[in-house]
Structures are given as structure tokens and as C-alpha cells.
Design a protein around this ligand. Structure first.
Ligand SMILES: NC(=O)C1=CN([C@@H]2O[C@H](COP(=O)(O)OP(=O)(O)OC[C@H]3O[C@@H](n4cnc5c(N)ncnc54)[C@H](O)[C@@H]3O)[C@@H](O)[C@H]2O)C=CC1
Ligand SMILES: NCC(=O)COP(=O)(O)O
Length: 336
């Protein structure tokens, strides 16, 4: 299979650090071959700052797998990044954005097997004119018209969660959370868990919105008027959906045995539990796309960039999961 395309991310963040650290662990951790889509200079400078003797080599995507054992392959985008570690700056926006576009075009052309993204800082990207909430929506846009509906899933062996609404203010959640959104999100989740993750009949819990899932409508109406009808619609389609389930009792060990994924109403409701349980091993996966995209679960961690203290664990899991899902997708395509 072609190598994985790993984007540069925000050059001022820990993306370069964890990329270098993951490459160093390629043999010990049996990592699939990857190349960086981005600016080789940023990686060479970060390696020098960290005192790492890592050869960084510009190559074509087809050469990456062969080079990988000896050097960190970079497929250059031609856009240099100048921001130093821990010093984010909107001038990096184009380098980070073009790295994503380049990686997507390579996977679409069959020259990379999946896209793995390093973190970008949303506020820095917005300042640079980026008009999408994050990678998730931008990747769907890059698929062309009609754009698929992307679904964000944070996955780990301990817990998998999907926020139905993503990067919006909390005050907007009650307006943007609809039964239709929950149904569409759950359908895509059910399909991808089955086809890509090999779970034949995924057990899916829809989280309540209000305390105690609204106590039969006495503490807020959203659970009865939005979540419960969505569950009924999904069950009528044969999807094993349950809920609304109170969020406060959904994440303890015994409760987690009863489902494969939780659909949450909003970002922090479900990302906080998975990051508490599995910060080092959880992976962000975009469901619903025609290609595989994974990412570490964490952000740019500007406080750690260039210090040597950033853990590459979540990125390593993201690379592994991307490879696994790409192999599954290829097998499905060959069988079709
Ligand atoms: N996929 C992506 O592109 C993501 C981007 N972000 C962006 O990251 C920026 C910073 O977000 P924060 O909320 O501060 O979250 P963060 O994940 O960057 O940092 C939170 C805390 O965790 C620590 N941390 C993060 N990654 C670590 C690692 N690999 N090893 C050791 N410690 C680590 C940091 O030092 C910090 O104390 C935001 O602008 C946000 O937009 C956040 C999440 C995902
Ligand atoms: N909190 C998750 C996150 O920010 C990842 O967003 P995306 O860039 O993968 O869309």
C-alpha cells in the first residue's frame, strides 16, 4: 500500500515534535510508513532544536515507503513555514492549510493510503482567513460537491464517542441539535462502525442533554422532544440505538460494557470523558468521508513545542488506526 500522508499541522505547535518522535519509534512500534505533507525546513529546524539526528528527505510520495526506514520522508508543498515553536502566528495559516489540501489530493489520486493530520490551532487558522470550523468540515469540503456529511468520532479501546454538534458555542447547542442531525449522525456512525471497524451490529447510545436526561421532561424538554424521537426513528430502521441516557452515569466501567459508541449532544459532553480515560491512546477519526482520516486527540500544545516533552502516543495510535482502516477500505473496494 502507499505510505500514509501526515500533514504538518501548525508549525508552532507540537506537530513537528511528535512527528519526529514517532519516526524515531518506527521500528520499535512497527509503524506503517508515512511521509509528511508540508515544509521540510520546519522539521529539520525542530530536529536540530531538540538535538535529534534525524535525516529529513524530500521525495515523491511513491518513494516514501522505501525511504522511511532510513529517513523522514517529506513530500514538499512548496510553502515554507516560519513560525517558531510556541510562537503561533497567522502567517503559518497557508502552510498548514496547503499541507491538508496536498495530502487530500494525494490520497484521492491513490498516491497515499490515508490522511493523518497534525493539530492546527483553530483561532490561528481563523485569523489567517480559514473559514471552516476545523479539519473535519474542511476535509468534507475538499471531497467536492456534493460534500459528504463528516462525523467526528474519538475512538479508543476503552470508549468511542461522537459529538453531534462540534465547534459551536454552547449557547447555540439547543438550537442546532435536532432529531434530524442526530439521526443523520448516527446512521453514518453505524455504517462506518460496521464497514470500517468490523462491528456487525453497533450498539449506540444517544446521550441525554439535560441532567438525568431531563427526568421525563421535568428538567428541560430537549430529551423528550429531540433525542427520544431520534432514537425511535433509528430503531425503526433497524439500528440498535438507545437513549436518551443520562450523561453522568454513562461512562463508568460497567456502563461502558453496554455499548460500542456514545453520540453526545455537544463537544465537551463526550470529549471530556474520553480524554480523561484515554488521553494517550484516543484517536480522532472522521467518519463519512470517501477516504480515511485520523488525527491525534490532542491539540497544538504550544506550551510544549520544542521542549521534547510532547508525547507521540496519540499520533502513533492515529497512524496505526489509519493503516488498519485503509487496509479494510482497500479490501472492501477489491471485493466490490
Ligand atoms: N485536531 C486538531 O487539529 C486539534 C486542534 N486543537 C487546537 O489546539 C489548540 C490548543 O488547544 P488546547 O485546548 O490547549 O489543547 P491541547 O491538547 O493542545 O493541550 C491541552 C493540555 O494537554 C497537554 N498536551 C497536549 N498534547 C500533549 C502531548 N502530545 N503530550 C503531552 N502533553 C500534551 C498540553 O501541554 C496542555 O497542557 C487550540 O487552538 C485548538 O483549536 C485541539 C484539539 C484538536
Ligand atoms: N476537539 C477536537 C478538535 O478540535 C479536532 O477538530 P478537527 O480539526 O479534527 O475538526
Amino acid at each position: 500500500m502507499p505510505a500514509l500522508a501526515l500533514t504538518l499541522g501548525d508549525p508552532a505547535g507540537i506537530g513537528p515534535d511528535i512527528t519526529l518522535a514517532a519516526w524515531q519509534r518506527r521500528e520499535a512500534d512497527c509503524l506503517p510508513a508515512f511521509f509528511v505533507s508540508g515544509d521540510a525546513g520546519t522539521l529539520s529546524r525542530r530536529a536540530a532544536r531538540l538535538g535529534l539526528d534525524i535525516p529529513v528527505r524530500i521525495c515523491a510520495p511513491e518513494e516514501a515507503a522505501g525511504l522511511f526506514p532510513k529517513a523522514l520522508p517529506v513530500v514538499a508543498t512548496g510553502i515554507e513555514a516560519t513560525a517558531g515553536p510556541g510562537r503561533p502566528d497567522a502567517s503559518s495559516g497557508p502552510a498548514a492549510r496547503v499541507a491538508i489540501e496536498h495530502a487530500v489530493s494525494l490520497v484521492q489520486a491513490g498516491r497515499a493510503s490515508a490522511v493523518v493530520t497534525n493539530p492546527i490551532a483553530k483561532s490561528v487558522m481563523y485569523e489567517a482567513g480559514f473559514s471552516f470550523p476545523g479539519h473535519t468540515e474542511y476535509l468534507a469540503h475538499l471531497c467536492g460537491e456534493p460534500a459528504p456529511m463528516p462525523v467526528m468520532m474519538l475512538w479508543s479501546p476503552l470508549l468511542a464517542v461522537v459529538p453531534a454538534t462540534i465547534h459551536i458555542p454552547l449557547a447555540e447547542v439547543p438550537r442546532r441539535l435536532t432529531s434530524e442531525l442526530l439521526v443523520a449522525t448516527t446512521r453514518i456512525t453505524a455504517r462506518d462502525l460496521k464497514e470500517r471497524f468490523g462491528i456487525p451490529a453497533p450498539r449506540i447510545v444517544l446521550c441525554g442533554v439535560n441532567p438525568h436526561a431531563g427526568e421525563n421532561g421535568t428538567i428541560g424538554r430537549e430529551d423528550e422532544e429531540i433525542v427520544r424521537p431520534a432514537v425511535a426513528m433509528l430503531r425503526a430502521e433497524g439500528i440498535d440505538a438507545r437513549g436518551p441516557a443520562p450523561a453522568d452515569t454513562l461512562f463508568h466501567p460497567a456502563a461502558r460494557q453496554g455499548y460500542d459508541v456514545v453520540i453526545g449532544a455537544y463537544h465537551d459532553q463526550v470529549l471530556a470523558p474520553i480524554k480523561a480515560l484515554a488521553f494517550d491512546s484516543a484517536v480522532n477519526v472522521t467518519l463519512g468521508l470517501p477516504f480515511v482520516r485520523t488525527s491525534p486527540d490532542h491539540g497544538t500544545a504550544f506550551d510544549l513545542a520544542g521542549t521534547g516533552r510532547a508525547s507521540p502516543s496519540s499520533l502513533i495510535e492515529a497512524l496505526r488506526l489509519a493503516r488498519r482502516l485503509a487496509v479494510t477500505d482497500a479490501a472492501r473496494r477489491n471485493a466490490a
